[in-house]
Write a protein that binds this ligand. Structure first.
Ligand code: AMP
Ligand code: GLY
Length: 436
Protein backbone atom coordinates (compact mmCIF):
# COMPACT_ATOMS: atom_id res chain seq x y z
CA UNK A 1 0.00 0.00 0.00
CA UNK A 2 1.37 3.43 -0.94
CA UNK A 3 1.25 5.94 1.92
CA UNK A 4 1.18 9.75 1.81
CA UNK A 5 2.32 11.59 4.93
CA UNK A 6 1.45 15.28 5.16
CA UNK A 7 3.84 17.63 6.97
CA UNK A 8 7.54 18.46 7.15
CA UNK A 9 8.68 18.13 10.76
CA UNK A 10 10.46 15.62 12.95
CA UNK A 11 7.09 14.02 13.63
CA UNK A 12 6.53 13.32 9.94
CA UNK A 13 10.04 11.92 9.45
CA UNK A 14 9.43 9.59 12.41
CA UNK A 15 6.02 8.56 11.03
CA UNK A 16 7.56 7.73 7.64
CA UNK A 17 10.47 5.85 9.27
CA UNK A 18 8.07 3.74 11.35
CA UNK A 19 5.59 3.11 8.51
CA UNK A 20 8.56 1.92 6.40
CA UNK A 21 8.97 -1.02 8.81
CA UNK A 22 5.54 -2.37 7.86
CA UNK A 23 5.63 -5.49 5.66
CA UNK A 24 2.65 -4.16 3.71
CA UNK A 25 3.95 -0.76 2.71
CA UNK A 26 4.66 0.27 -0.89
CA UNK A 27 6.10 3.70 -1.67
CA UNK A 28 6.09 6.33 1.08
CA UNK A 29 5.56 9.94 -0.01
CA UNK A 30 5.93 12.97 2.26
CA UNK A 31 4.42 16.37 1.36
CA UNK A 32 6.31 18.64 1.51
CA UNK A 33 8.84 16.77 3.72
CA UNK A 34 12.39 17.75 4.61
CA UNK A 35 15.94 16.67 3.67
CA UNK A 36 15.67 13.49 5.74
CA UNK A 37 12.40 12.35 4.22
CA UNK A 38 13.68 13.36 0.77
CA UNK A 39 16.69 11.04 1.04
CA UNK A 40 14.91 8.08 2.66
CA UNK A 41 11.49 8.42 1.01
CA UNK A 42 9.87 10.45 -1.80
CA UNK A 43 9.17 14.12 -1.14
CA UNK A 44 6.24 15.76 -2.92
CA UNK A 45 6.42 19.49 -3.54
CA UNK A 46 2.94 20.33 -2.22
CA UNK A 47 2.09 22.42 0.83
CA UNK A 48 -0.08 21.04 3.63
CA UNK A 49 -3.03 23.33 2.79
CA UNK A 50 -3.02 22.65 -0.97
CA UNK A 51 -5.93 20.24 -0.72
CA UNK A 52 -6.61 20.17 -4.47
CA UNK A 53 -3.01 19.33 -5.27
CA UNK A 54 -2.82 16.70 -2.54
CA UNK A 55 -6.05 15.03 -3.67
CA UNK A 56 -4.84 14.95 -7.28
CA UNK A 57 -1.52 13.48 -6.13
CA UNK A 58 -3.21 10.84 -3.98
CA UNK A 59 -5.44 9.76 -6.86
CA UNK A 60 -2.62 9.69 -9.43
CA UNK A 61 -0.28 7.71 -7.20
CA UNK A 62 -2.63 5.03 -5.86
CA UNK A 63 -2.27 6.25 -2.28
CA UNK A 64 -3.91 3.68 0.01
CA UNK A 65 -3.95 5.93 3.05
CA UNK A 66 -2.92 9.51 3.88
CA UNK A 67 -1.61 10.33 7.36
CA UNK A 68 -1.98 13.99 8.36
CA UNK A 69 0.78 15.16 10.74
CA UNK A 70 0.06 18.81 11.70
CA UNK A 71 -3.03 20.47 13.15
CA UNK A 72 -3.47 23.22 10.57
CA UNK A 73 -4.73 21.06 7.66
CA UNK A 74 -6.85 19.02 10.09
CA UNK A 75 -8.56 22.15 11.41
CA UNK A 76 -9.05 23.34 7.81
CA UNK A 77 -10.94 20.11 7.10
CA UNK A 78 -8.50 18.03 5.04
CA UNK A 79 -10.01 14.77 6.30
CA UNK A 80 -13.49 15.79 5.16
CA UNK A 81 -12.36 16.68 1.63
CA UNK A 82 -10.28 13.52 1.26
CA UNK A 83 -13.21 11.39 2.43
CA UNK A 84 -15.58 13.19 0.06
CA UNK A 85 -13.22 12.17 -2.77
CA UNK A 86 -13.27 8.55 -1.63
CA UNK A 87 -9.72 8.72 -0.25
CA UNK A 88 -8.75 7.01 3.02
CA UNK A 89 -7.29 9.42 5.56
CA UNK A 90 -5.96 9.15 9.13
CA UNK A 91 -6.93 12.23 11.16
CA UNK A 92 -10.11 13.73 12.63
CA UNK A 93 -12.79 15.65 10.76
CA UNK A 94 -12.90 19.45 10.79
CA UNK A 95 -15.59 19.44 13.47
CA UNK A 96 -13.72 16.99 15.68
CA UNK A 97 -10.41 18.86 15.19
CA UNK A 98 -11.97 21.81 17.00
CA UNK A 99 -10.84 20.05 20.17
CA UNK A 100 -7.49 21.62 19.30
CA UNK A 101 -8.67 24.41 16.99
CA UNK A 102 -10.87 26.13 19.58
CA UNK A 103 -10.00 26.31 23.27
CA UNK A 104 -13.59 27.37 24.01
CA UNK A 105 -14.94 24.30 22.21
CA UNK A 106 -12.45 22.09 24.06
CA UNK A 107 -13.44 23.52 27.44
CA UNK A 108 -17.13 23.03 26.65
CA UNK A 109 -16.58 19.36 25.79
CA UNK A 110 -14.43 18.84 28.89
CA UNK A 111 -17.06 20.44 31.11
CA UNK A 112 -19.88 18.52 29.43
CA UNK A 113 -17.96 15.23 29.81
CA UNK A 114 -17.02 16.02 33.41
CA UNK A 115 -13.28 15.71 32.68
CA UNK A 116 -11.05 17.51 35.22
CA UNK A 117 -9.65 20.76 33.86
CA UNK A 118 -8.74 24.23 35.14
CA UNK A 119 -11.73 26.47 36.00
CA UNK A 120 -12.27 29.05 33.24
CA UNK A 121 -14.35 31.79 31.66
CA UNK A 122 -14.56 32.67 27.95
CA UNK A 123 -14.79 36.17 26.45
CA UNK A 124 -15.35 37.82 23.09
CA UNK A 125 -13.87 41.21 23.85
CA UNK A 126 -11.13 42.77 25.94
CA UNK A 127 -13.75 44.83 27.80
CA UNK A 128 -15.60 41.69 28.90
CA UNK A 129 -12.36 40.09 30.09
CA UNK A 130 -11.22 43.21 31.93
CA UNK A 131 -14.58 43.57 33.64
CA UNK A 132 -14.47 39.93 34.73
CA UNK A 133 -11.00 40.43 36.18
CA UNK A 134 -12.13 43.50 38.08
CA UNK A 135 -15.28 41.88 39.49
CA UNK A 136 -14.05 38.35 40.11
CA UNK A 137 -10.62 39.30 41.49
CA UNK A 138 -11.06 42.79 42.99
CA UNK A 139 -7.77 44.55 43.63
CA UNK A 140 -8.64 45.20 47.29
CA UNK A 141 -9.05 41.44 47.94
CA UNK A 142 -6.48 39.95 45.60
CA UNK A 143 -3.81 42.62 45.14
CA UNK A 144 -1.54 42.47 42.13
CA UNK A 145 0.05 39.05 42.55
CA UNK A 146 -2.48 37.08 40.58
CA UNK A 147 -1.70 33.86 38.69
CA UNK A 148 -3.98 33.13 35.74
CA UNK A 149 -3.51 31.87 32.19
CA UNK A 150 -4.91 33.84 29.26
CA UNK A 151 -5.40 31.90 26.02
CA UNK A 152 -6.37 32.87 22.50
CA UNK A 153 -9.19 30.60 21.35
CA UNK A 154 -7.78 29.52 18.00
CA UNK A 155 -4.58 28.00 16.61
CA UNK A 156 -1.50 30.08 17.40
CA UNK A 157 1.42 27.72 16.69
CA UNK A 158 1.71 26.87 20.40
CA UNK A 159 2.13 30.53 21.39
CA UNK A 160 -1.46 31.43 22.26
CA UNK A 161 -1.33 30.44 25.95
CA UNK A 162 0.11 33.20 28.13
CA UNK A 163 0.92 32.20 31.70
CA UNK A 164 0.63 35.32 33.90
CA UNK A 165 1.77 35.96 37.45
CA UNK A 166 0.48 39.49 38.04
CA UNK A 167 -2.54 41.63 37.28
CA UNK A 168 -0.39 43.69 34.94
CA UNK A 169 0.66 40.63 32.94
CA UNK A 170 -2.95 39.48 32.68
CA UNK A 171 -4.10 42.86 31.37
CA UNK A 172 -1.22 42.90 28.91
CA UNK A 173 -2.08 39.39 27.69
CA UNK A 174 -5.72 40.39 27.14
CA UNK A 175 -4.48 43.42 25.22
CA UNK A 176 -2.11 41.42 23.04
CA UNK A 177 -4.78 38.90 22.12
CA UNK A 178 -7.82 41.13 21.74
CA UNK A 179 -6.61 44.61 20.86
CA UNK A 180 -3.20 44.11 19.22
CA UNK A 181 -4.60 41.01 17.51
CA UNK A 182 -1.21 39.36 17.88
CA UNK A 183 -2.69 35.98 16.98
CA UNK A 184 -5.08 37.32 14.33
CA UNK A 185 -8.48 35.64 14.16
CA UNK A 186 -7.38 33.12 16.77
CA UNK A 187 -8.02 35.98 19.21
CA UNK A 188 -11.68 36.49 18.25
CA UNK A 189 -12.42 34.78 21.53
CA UNK A 190 -10.23 34.05 24.53
CA UNK A 191 -10.34 32.22 27.81
CA UNK A 192 -8.96 33.04 31.21
CA UNK A 193 -8.29 30.06 33.44
CA UNK A 194 -6.74 29.26 36.80
CA UNK A 195 -3.04 28.49 36.75
CA UNK A 196 -2.43 24.92 37.87
CA UNK A 197 0.73 23.89 39.73
CA UNK A 198 2.30 20.53 38.98
CA UNK A 199 4.25 18.37 36.55
CA UNK A 200 3.20 18.22 32.90
CA UNK A 201 2.80 14.98 30.97
CA UNK A 202 1.66 14.09 27.46
CA UNK A 203 -0.56 11.07 27.06
CA UNK A 204 -1.59 10.15 23.54
CA UNK A 205 -4.34 7.78 22.51
CA UNK A 206 -5.40 6.44 19.14
CA UNK A 207 -9.12 6.03 18.67
CA UNK A 208 -11.57 5.22 15.90
CA UNK A 209 -14.32 6.90 17.92
CA UNK A 210 -15.28 3.71 19.73
CA UNK A 211 -12.15 1.84 20.83
CA UNK A 212 -9.34 3.74 22.57
CA UNK A 213 -5.73 2.56 22.53
CA UNK A 214 -3.43 4.57 24.81
CA UNK A 215 0.28 4.95 24.08
CA UNK A 216 2.94 5.05 26.84
CA UNK A 217 3.22 8.37 28.68
CA UNK A 218 5.75 10.96 27.51
CA UNK A 219 7.09 14.27 28.71
CA UNK A 220 7.90 17.28 26.55
CA UNK A 221 10.23 20.22 27.38
CA UNK A 222 8.43 23.32 26.14
CA UNK A 223 10.70 26.03 27.55
CA UNK A 224 13.69 27.01 25.42
CA UNK A 225 16.46 26.74 28.00
CA UNK A 226 17.71 24.36 30.71
CA UNK A 227 15.71 24.09 33.93
CA UNK A 228 12.58 25.15 32.03
CA UNK A 229 13.76 28.74 31.70
CA UNK A 230 13.10 31.10 28.81
CA UNK A 231 10.32 31.44 26.27
CA UNK A 232 8.00 28.66 25.15
CA UNK A 233 8.90 26.70 22.02
CA UNK A 234 7.27 23.95 19.99
CA UNK A 235 9.18 21.50 22.21
CA UNK A 236 12.93 21.16 22.79
CA UNK A 237 12.98 17.46 23.60
CA UNK A 238 10.92 14.59 24.96
CA UNK A 239 11.25 11.21 26.58
CA UNK A 240 9.12 8.14 27.14
CA UNK A 241 8.10 6.50 29.39
CA UNK A 242 7.94 8.97 32.25
CA UNK A 243 7.91 7.78 35.87
CA UNK A 244 5.60 10.72 36.65
CA UNK A 245 2.79 8.53 35.24
CA UNK A 246 2.52 5.01 36.66
CA UNK A 247 0.15 2.27 35.56
CA UNK A 248 -2.54 3.30 38.01
CA UNK A 249 -2.48 6.87 36.77
CA UNK A 250 -2.59 5.65 33.14
CA UNK A 251 -5.70 3.65 33.95
CA UNK A 252 -7.24 6.68 35.65
CA UNK A 253 -6.54 8.87 32.61
CA UNK A 254 -8.11 6.30 30.30
CA UNK A 255 -11.25 6.06 32.42
CA UNK A 256 -11.68 9.68 33.48
CA UNK A 257 -10.23 11.56 30.54
CA UNK A 258 -10.22 9.65 27.24
CA UNK A 259 -13.37 7.54 27.61
CA UNK A 260 -15.71 10.41 28.60
CA UNK A 261 -14.18 12.74 25.98
CA UNK A 262 -14.51 10.27 23.11
CA UNK A 263 -18.09 9.49 24.20
CA UNK A 264 -18.98 13.17 24.46
CA UNK A 265 -17.66 13.73 20.93
CA UNK A 266 -19.70 10.82 19.61
CA UNK A 267 -22.85 11.95 21.41
CA UNK A 268 -22.53 15.43 19.94
CA UNK A 269 -22.20 13.86 16.45
CA UNK A 270 -18.55 14.82 16.09
CA UNK A 271 -17.06 11.35 16.14
CA UNK A 272 -13.36 11.63 16.88
CA UNK A 273 -11.01 9.41 14.90
CA UNK A 274 -7.22 9.72 14.90
CA UNK A 275 -4.72 10.70 17.60
CA UNK A 276 -6.09 12.36 20.71
CA UNK A 277 -3.24 13.91 22.68
CA UNK A 278 -4.00 15.02 26.22
CA UNK A 279 -1.66 17.68 27.63
CA UNK A 280 -2.02 17.05 31.36
CA UNK A 281 -1.02 18.82 34.52
CA UNK A 282 -0.44 16.30 37.31
CA UNK A 283 -1.66 18.21 40.34
CA UNK A 284 -1.98 17.12 43.95
CA UNK A 285 -5.72 16.76 43.29
CA UNK A 286 -5.04 14.45 40.33
CA UNK A 287 -4.43 15.00 36.61
CA UNK A 288 -6.22 17.85 34.86
CA UNK A 289 -6.40 18.44 31.11
CA UNK A 290 -4.58 21.61 29.98
CA UNK A 291 -5.37 21.08 26.33
CA UNK A 292 -6.13 18.53 23.66
CA UNK A 293 -4.20 18.17 20.45
CA UNK A 294 -5.67 16.19 17.59
CA UNK A 295 -2.44 14.72 16.21
CA UNK A 296 0.87 13.24 17.34
CA UNK A 297 2.96 15.60 19.48
CA UNK A 298 6.21 16.87 18.06
CA UNK A 299 8.71 15.88 19.53
CA UNK A 300 6.83 13.27 21.64
CA UNK A 301 6.16 11.26 18.47
CA UNK A 302 9.87 10.59 17.91
CA UNK A 303 10.68 8.71 21.17
CA UNK A 304 7.26 7.02 21.15
CA UNK A 305 7.72 5.59 17.66
CA UNK A 306 11.31 4.51 18.45
CA UNK A 307 9.75 2.30 21.14
CA UNK A 308 6.75 1.02 19.17
CA UNK A 309 7.22 -2.57 18.02
CA UNK A 310 3.76 -3.05 16.51
CA UNK A 311 2.95 -2.33 12.88
CA UNK A 312 1.98 1.36 12.69
CA UNK A 313 0.41 0.96 9.24
CA UNK A 314 -1.86 -1.77 10.57
CA UNK A 315 -2.85 0.51 13.46
CA UNK A 316 -3.54 3.41 11.08
CA UNK A 317 -5.61 1.22 8.76
CA UNK A 318 -7.63 -0.24 11.64
CA UNK A 319 -8.38 3.28 12.87
CA UNK A 320 -9.45 4.51 9.45
CA UNK A 321 -11.71 1.46 9.01
CA UNK A 322 -13.26 1.74 12.49
CA UNK A 323 -11.80 -1.66 13.40
CA UNK A 324 -9.44 -0.80 16.25
CA UNK A 325 -11.19 -3.34 18.48
CA UNK A 326 -9.90 -6.11 16.20
CA UNK A 327 -6.17 -5.47 16.50
CA UNK A 328 -3.81 -7.06 19.02
CA UNK A 329 -2.48 -5.12 22.01
CA UNK A 330 0.35 -2.82 20.99
CA UNK A 331 3.87 -4.03 21.73
CA UNK A 332 6.51 -1.64 23.07
CA UNK A 333 10.24 -1.82 23.53
CA UNK A 334 10.62 -1.65 27.33
CA UNK A 335 13.75 0.51 26.93
CA UNK A 336 13.32 4.25 27.44
CA UNK A 337 13.87 6.63 24.57
CA UNK A 338 14.77 10.31 24.48
CA UNK A 339 14.74 12.92 21.75
CA UNK A 340 16.97 16.01 21.93
CA UNK A 341 15.95 18.81 19.57
CA UNK A 342 18.80 20.74 17.95
CA UNK A 343 17.71 24.27 17.04
CA UNK A 344 18.85 27.28 15.04
CA UNK A 345 20.50 30.22 16.77
CA UNK A 346 17.76 32.71 17.73
CA UNK A 347 14.89 30.20 17.88
CA UNK A 348 12.09 30.61 19.10
CA UNK A 349 12.68 34.19 17.89
CA UNK A 350 13.96 34.95 14.41
CA UNK A 351 16.80 32.87 12.97
CA UNK A 352 18.80 32.40 9.78
CA UNK A 353 18.26 29.52 7.40
CA UNK A 354 20.61 27.84 4.97
CA UNK A 355 23.47 26.88 7.32
CA UNK A 356 25.30 23.74 6.14
CA UNK A 357 24.96 20.82 8.58
CA UNK A 358 27.63 18.12 8.96
CA UNK A 359 27.89 14.89 10.94
CA UNK A 360 24.34 13.55 10.62
CA UNK A 361 25.50 10.26 9.10
CA UNK A 362 28.11 9.72 11.83
CA UNK A 363 25.45 10.40 14.48
CA UNK A 364 22.98 8.05 12.80
CA UNK A 365 25.54 5.22 12.82
CA UNK A 366 25.79 5.21 16.63
CA UNK A 367 24.11 2.29 18.38
CA UNK A 368 20.43 2.87 19.18
CA UNK A 369 20.38 6.33 17.57
CA UNK A 370 18.14 7.78 14.87
CA UNK A 371 18.38 11.38 13.73
CA UNK A 372 14.98 12.66 12.62
CA UNK A 373 15.06 15.74 10.41
CA UNK A 374 12.70 18.68 11.02
CA UNK A 375 13.71 22.10 9.60
CA UNK A 376 16.18 20.86 6.96
CA UNK A 377 16.41 20.86 3.19
CA UNK A 378 18.81 19.73 0.50
CA UNK A 379 20.84 22.34 -1.36
CA UNK A 380 23.37 21.25 -3.96
CA UNK A 381 23.98 17.95 -2.16
CA UNK A 382 24.30 19.54 1.29
CA UNK A 383 21.80 19.28 4.13
CA UNK A 384 21.10 22.86 5.27
CA UNK A 385 19.01 24.30 8.08
CA UNK A 386 15.55 25.46 7.04
CA UNK A 387 13.63 26.07 10.27
CA UNK A 388 13.85 26.79 13.99
CA UNK A 389 13.78 23.21 15.19
CA UNK A 390 16.25 21.52 12.86
CA UNK A 391 16.88 17.94 14.04
CA UNK A 392 15.45 15.54 16.64
CA UNK A 393 18.30 13.32 17.79
CA UNK A 394 16.59 10.27 19.26
CA UNK A 395 18.12 7.35 21.16
CA UNK A 396 17.10 4.17 22.97
CA UNK A 397 19.04 2.89 26.00
CA UNK A 398 18.70 0.24 28.69
CA UNK A 399 18.16 3.06 31.20
CA UNK A 400 17.27 6.73 30.90
CA UNK A 401 20.88 7.81 31.67
CA UNK A 402 22.13 5.48 28.92
CA UNK A 403 19.58 6.77 26.40
CA UNK A 404 20.51 10.31 27.37
CA UNK A 405 24.24 9.62 27.01
CA UNK A 406 23.72 8.13 23.55
CA UNK A 407 21.55 10.99 22.37
CA UNK A 408 24.07 13.60 23.52
CA UNK A 409 26.99 11.63 22.03
CA UNK A 410 25.12 11.78 18.74
CA UNK A 411 24.46 15.50 19.20
CA UNK A 412 28.22 16.03 19.53
CA UNK A 413 28.79 14.56 16.06
CA UNK A 414 26.50 17.14 14.45
CA UNK A 415 27.69 20.64 13.62
CA UNK A 416 26.43 23.81 12.04
CA UNK A 417 26.96 27.44 12.71
CA UNK A 418 24.72 28.49 15.62
CA UNK A 419 23.42 25.00 16.52
CA UNK A 420 22.26 24.59 20.11
CA UNK A 421 20.12 22.33 22.26
CA UNK A 422 18.97 21.95 25.86
CA UNK A 423 21.43 19.89 27.91
CA UNK A 424 18.92 18.56 30.45
CA UNK A 425 16.42 16.57 28.39
CA UNK A 426 14.96 13.71 30.48
CA UNK A 427 16.52 14.95 33.75
CA UNK A 428 12.92 15.40 34.89
CA UNK A 429 12.65 11.62 34.93
CA UNK A 430 15.04 11.43 37.87
CA UNK A 431 13.12 13.71 40.24
CA UNK A 432 9.58 13.50 38.90
CA UNK A 433 6.85 13.88 41.47
CA UNK A 434 3.20 14.60 40.88
CA UNK A 435 2.19 18.04 42.10
CA UNK A 436 5.85 19.04 42.48
P1 AMP B 1 -1.67 24.99 25.98
O1 AMP B 1 -1.43 25.56 24.63
O2 AMP B 1 -3.03 25.21 26.51
O3 AMP B 1 -1.19 23.60 26.15
O4 AMP B 1 -0.63 25.77 26.92
C1 AMP B 1 0.74 25.78 26.63
C2 AMP B 1 1.54 25.66 27.90
O5 AMP B 1 1.13 26.68 28.83
C3 AMP B 1 1.30 24.35 28.65
O6 AMP B 1 2.10 23.31 28.18
C4 AMP B 1 1.63 24.75 30.07
O7 AMP B 1 3.03 24.75 30.26
C5 AMP B 1 1.14 26.16 30.14
N1 AMP B 1 -0.25 26.19 30.67
C6 AMP B 1 -1.39 26.20 29.96
N2 AMP B 1 -2.48 26.22 30.74
C7 AMP B 1 -2.01 26.22 32.01
C8 AMP B 1 -2.65 26.24 33.31
N3 AMP B 1 -3.97 26.27 33.43
N4 AMP B 1 -1.85 26.22 34.38
C9 AMP B 1 -0.50 26.20 34.28
N5 AMP B 1 0.15 26.20 33.09
C10 AMP B 1 -0.59 26.19 31.96
N1 GLY C 1 5.00 18.88 21.77
C1 GLY C 1 3.88 19.70 21.86
C2 GLY C 1 3.03 19.68 20.67
O1 GLY C 1 3.23 18.90 19.76
O2 GLY C 1 2.09 20.46 20.61
Amino acid sequence: MNVLIIGSGGREHALAWKIAQSPNVGTIFVAPGNAGTGVEFENVDLQVDDFEGLIRFAKNNQIGVTIVGPEVPLCLGISDVFLAEGLRVFGPSKLAAQLEGSKVFCKEILTHANVPTAGYQSFRTAEEAELYLKNRFPQEDHGDALSLVVKADGLAAGKGAIVCNSRGEILEAIHRISRDREFGEAGNRMIIEEKLPGTEASILAITDGRTIVTLPPAQDHKAAYDNDQGPNTGGMGAFSPTPAVDEELMYWVEEKVFVPTVHAMKRSRQLFSGVLYAGLMLTKQGPKVLEYNVRFGDPECQPLLMRMQSDLLELVNATVDGKLSEIDDLQWDPRPSICVVMASEGYPGSYDKGRVISGIDQADRLDGVKVFHAGTKLRAGDVVSNGGRVLGVTALGETVPEAKLRAYQAVKEIRWDGAWCRKDIADKSFGAIAGG
